[in-house]
Design a protein around this ligand. Structure first.
Ligand SMILES: Nc1ncnc2c1ncn2[C@@H]1O[C@H](COP(=O)(O)OP(=O)(O)OP(=O)(O)O)[C@@H](O)[C@H]1O
Ligand SMILES: [Mg+2]
Length: 505
């Protein structure tokens, strides 16, 4: 039945890929003036549903109604003309063009074939002002942070008269303030009568803005709920298709590790002009050291120095009691250091290689070409990690680009875990990864540190940092502000350290 109050209605949608039934008989109803979260585990079919709606993929079956009229967009451009605007999981901007060009691309006003630059600039500025951002729109887009780039992508989607705005994990690179700014905009658009579809793995954000929630599991429709009437734990259990008691058992399963006592790596007043003030940091075998702080507080900068991506210009690094200088990632790899970077899409994925090849990559590079990892070992490793991290793929030979966003991230994480480093730096390893898989990753981290691996764990998720770290180093404004151990490790203490102004200390 057509729902008279619905702005947008998807009914009985199905979509298959070779070897994968991505969607079967899925429904989604968006009302005017609501924010509707689409939830589900990695690979549940969220992005596919959105791509079917916006004409990126042809659907195998089902019906889409906009204001009660059946529509069938054959391309994102056509969907946009119908009033359906999308910001995809991957930022889709053209890096070498200016912000203004990116916002107005394909919609420029011309006079006799000449671009009206002034008009384009003003239009871009207006679109950004709607998001509360003031930046130089003539600047090349790649010169801005990923966060700003994401907001530019949103501004671009908002440029036309959208009726429906779809945001597929728009906030994964944004800090708290930027997320709040975005939410303010979303609430305003909602009041203007837009229907907003929101996809994220951050549960706090879901509950902060959603009116209703639709849950998918394994390509099927689970249900539609009022956000206010669906407790968080119930949402998780609907996403995972498991009873709550099973989930609790999983968490308890995690092995409690005991940290080593003698640090093998020591940073003594190591710093770098302009990016990190001199700090001390130590890590022992079997230890997970959490690096906490806001985006831009110096967490990634610390990791980059340890991995030889940036050079320290003061202080001393000691490995096994001897002073060393780490001047390149290659050298760091030689020391059996691994680094799983935050910006995995850009830095890490080799799209056309298979899941198996992507997993063994770091191990192979470490061994050099003389130490070729045999095919049976490769297959064994791939199988092990596909299972351990619950990577959703029809088989290990699937090209990684065909996996869902979160599952691609799991593969990259598996790559570093498989290379069996002595020290592993994980920069936001669980971002974009669903709740169930987060627990799997934590379990694996505990197991590997139990076997002697040391992990430098960078995360914006305080709860996760507290749960996993033996020690927590807190950074603020590119400076270490404190170190917490044992009982001192709590969300409250970390938050306090992050928020305290210099005058409080
Ligand atoms: N082009 C494609 N070819 C083959 N399989 C695909 C393709 N696109 C998606 N899939 C598969 O369809 C399933 C659903 O993927 P989808 O990207 O919709 O998941 P998702 O819910 O968005 O997950 P995530 O939270 O990880 O982003 C996955 O198993 C994925 O591997
Ligand atoms: Mg997705």
């Amino acid at each position: 039945m057509a729902d008279a109050t619905a702005l947008l209605q998807l009914r009985g949608i199905s979509k298959g890929f070779p070897g994968v039934k991505a969607l079967s008989d899925v429904q989604l109803t968006i009302r005017r003036g609501e924010i509707h979260s689409l939830m589900g585990e990695n690979g549940a079919g969220k992005s596919t549903l959105i791509k079917v709606l916006t004409g990126v993929y042809r659907r195998d079956g089902g019906e889409i109604l906009l204001n009660g009229t059946s529509i069938d967009a054959r391309s994102p451009e056509e969907a946009q003309r119908l009033g359906i605007s999308t910001v995809y999981q991957e930022v889709n901007l053209i890096p070498h063009l200016s912000v203004a060009e990116n916002i107005c691309l394909g919609r420029q006003t011309t006079t006799l074939g000449f671009l009206k630059w002034k008009e384009i600039r003003q239009r871009a500025e207006k679109a950004l002002a709607r998001l509360g951002i003031e930046i130089d729109v003539t600047e090349t887009v790649s010169n801005y942070s990923i966060a700003i780039q994401q907001l530019v992508a949103i501004a671009r989607a908002l440029d036309i008269d959208a009726k429906v705005l779809i945001l597929d994990e728009p906030t994964s690179s944004l800090d708290e303030k930027e997320v709040e700014a975005l939410f303010t905009v979303l609430r305003k658009l909602k009041a203007e009568g837009l229907g907003i579809v929101f996809v994220t793995h951050f549960l706090d954000q879901v509950y902060a803005v959603s009116d209703r929630i639709t849950v998918l599991r394994n390509g099927t429709y689970v249900g539609e709920y009022e956000a206010a009437l669906l407790p968080r734990l119930q949402l998780i259990s609907k996403m995972m298709g498991k009873e709550l008691s099973e989930l609790e058992m999983k968490a308890a399963d995690r092995v409690a590790t005991k940290a080593g006592v003698t640090p093998f790596l020591k940073l003594k007043q190591v710093g770098r002009k302009g990016s990190l003030k001199p700090l001390d940091l130590e890590i022992a075998a079997g230890e997970i050291v959490g690096l906490s702080g806001l985006l831009g507080s110096g967490r990634t900068e610390t990791a980059r120095i340890v991995f030889g991506l940036d050079r320290a210009d003061c202080g001393e690094l000691q490995l096994d009691g001897k002073a060393i200088s780490i001047t390149s990632p290659r050298q760091a790899s030689g020391l059996k250091f691994g680094f799983c970077p935050e910006d995995r899409k850009v830095q890490a994925i080799i799209p056309n290689l298979s899941v198996r090849e992507n997993i063994v990559l770091a191990l192979q590079a470490n061994r050099g070409w003389m130490g070729y990892v045999s095919r049976p070992t490769q297959i064994q490793l791939a199988d092990k990690f596909i299972k351990a991290l619950n990577i959703k793929t029809p088989n290990p030979e699937q090209p990684i680009r065909l996996l869902s966003g979160g599952n691609q991230q799991k593969v990259i994480l598996a790559r570093w875990l498989a290379s069996n480093p002595r020290l592993l730096i994980l920069d936001e390893p669980t971002r974009g990864i669903d709740v169930g898989a987060k627990l799997e990753i934590e379990k694996l981290m505990a197991q590997l540190t139990g076997e002697g691996m040391a992990i430098l764990f960078i995360s914006s998720d305080l709860e996760e940092t507290v749960r996993n770290s033996h020690r927590v180093v807190v950074l603020r404004d590119r400076q270490k502000v404190c170190e917490l151990r044992g009982e001192e490790i709590s969300e409250k203490n970390i938050m306090h350290a992050i928020a305290a102004s210099d005058s409080d200390q």
